[in-house]
Design a protein around this ligand. Sequence first.
Ligand SMILES: [Zn+2]
Ligand SMILES: [Zn+2]
Length: 393
Amino acid sequence: MKALCWNGTNDLRVERVPDPVLVNPHDVIVKVALSSVCGSDLHLIDGYVPTMRPGDIIGHEFLGEIVEKGPEVRYLNRGDRVITVSIIGCGHCGHCRHGESSLCDNSNPNPDYARTAYGHCGAGIFGYSHAFGGYAGSHADYIRVPYADFNAFRVPEGVSDEKAVFVSDAVPTGYMAADMAGIKPGDMVAVWGCGGVGQMAIRSAYLLGAERVIGIDRYPDRLRAAQMKVGAETLDYSRVDVFDALQAMTGGRGPDVCIDAVGMEADSASNAVEDLYDRAKQAVGLQTDRPAVLRQMIESCRKAGTLSIVGVYGGVIDKFPMGAAMNKGLTFRMGQQNGQRYAGRLFEHIRNGDLDPSYLMTHRLPLDDGPQAYRMFKEKADDCMRVVFAPQG
Ligand SMILES: [Zn+2]
Ligand SMILES: [Zn+2]
């Protein structure tokens, strides 16, 4: 089959690779109809995620049709149109049973790297390095899905492929950011990053009762989408001081909830010295992640407010303002998404018309265009929010 493979930093190639086969009795094979790029793929492409190997297939947000199933798959059938949560749970460990499937004890067959780096090992992720299980990704004609009954969800009648595909990853990640922040009616929420996840975090914050949501970015098309599609007020951080602007908008209090939908490659266009410092430290390996957004959230958040982090971080950061966080009594919530817990609720919102993520798909392209498509996505050229590959045409 055809697949988009990682071959080194900024080196993606479309290659012929063997078709996947059923390995365990709980597996299914999905024929991929749509597979989206994700901001977290850029960390792989930019070489910030260790344990990638040449030939690894990337991609983790996808929709398709089940074409084969193992003998222990009970609830799904051949021919079902499904989305699959990008982070793999086993469905029966304590974490999976408590709605924390991204912390699954069983789905990562290579736990040693995470145990050494993090103390404990979390779940496997499709197309996201050998430290996260070495699972082949979805930018391919076919993909193997383990623990299929737990991870794959039948798309309800009346929900289009274009809406459903983002229930794999962007929608539940944004929703979880809002949900774990404990948003209450009347809250004022600020969201850093207006890419796919940030857009969904904005919409989710409103669904959970937020009164005002402010999206922060510097790309005009993303800011426009945040206003027009999900009703945010917006700040362009390359033009205004974010702290000052947020205080002015909240009578000097600061937002109740601050959401990070950016992660480790944050930049700080408003502060050249800080940006240079973070990039230099990262380049020589003295920090793995650039924490500009985290610093800004800690400074801006109201006292006793909540920071909710779904942008991906990999390792260690420098100059973290712990004193401000502690003395302001801030609460930190964070984690990889637990989409299995949210998929049913999110499909209901889509069916009711409360949520329509299909506008995230600004480009639909064949898999052969993969390398150029990722370049366009990375450079945010042509107002690209998300490219979605359609391997079957
Ligand atoms: Zn993702
Ligand atoms: Zn589990």
